[in-house]
Design a protein. Structure first.
Length: 101
């Protein structure tokens, strides 16, 4: 079975950040955030949600930074999965709150 164009698996996303030091290297941290945001965007598309219509790049990067501060020492792979889930959960909550306004 083929993946939809532009879609990536969690394994592919993890491979992009394998071995990077997300706590002591600012460039690696930004790359980690970008991969988490891109993976989340792809996953949210399946639910009909455009992540960038819900939050700006700046808001997403701030969210990622705050999340990482709250989870010191998390492994890169588990961090990517958990951060992506946090992004998606919050995006769903924002969309739901807008629907009930």
């Amino acid at each position: 079975m083929r993946k939809p164009s532009g879609s990536q698996s969690v394994e592919e996303a993890c491979a992009k950040i394998a071995g990077v030091d997300i706590f002591n290297n600012r460039v690696a941290q930004q790359m980690f955030f970008k991969v988490a945001i891109d993976y989340s965007r792809n996953e949210l598309r399946h639910d009909g949600i455009d992540l960038l219509a819900v939050a700006s790049h700046d808001e997403l990067y701030r969210f990622c930074g705050l999340w990482l501060e709250q989870h010191p020492g998390v492994s890169t792979d588990m961090g990517l999965i958990a951060l992506s889930l946090a992004i998606r959960t919050n995006a769903h909550a924002i969309v739901q709150s807008k629907l009930t306004e």
